[in-house]
Design a protein around this ligand. Structure first.
Ligand SMILES: [Zn+2]
Length: 82
């Protein structure tokens, strides 16, 4: 199971289906340089994996001590998770 709190960004918990970057590695441009942002397909994969592991109401946010997983209030369920 991916660990969404172990990396600098939660999306890093899953490998990229697009550029084949491994879990923990940043997305790469075709040139091999580090991409400025994650590929959209990886964000989608991370969101799906996050819901599968933590449930529909789980949220993740950055704190002083790293990433924290919580449960959204009813009014916040539609917010983006990642
Ligand atoms: Zn990628």
């Amino acid at each position: 199971m991916p660990d969404f709190t172990a990396h600098a960004h939660p999306v890093l918990a899953v490998p990229c289906p697009d550029c084949r970057a491994a879990a923990g590695a940043w997305c790469k441009r075709p040139s091999g340089h580090r991409a400025a942002d994650f590929h959209q397909s990886r964000k989608v994969a991370a969101d799906a994996a996050f819901i599968a592991k933590h449930g529909e109401r789980a949220t993740i946010h950055r704190t002083e001590n790293g990433w924290m997983i919580g449960i959204a209030e009813a009014s916040q369920q539609m917010e983006m998770r990642l």
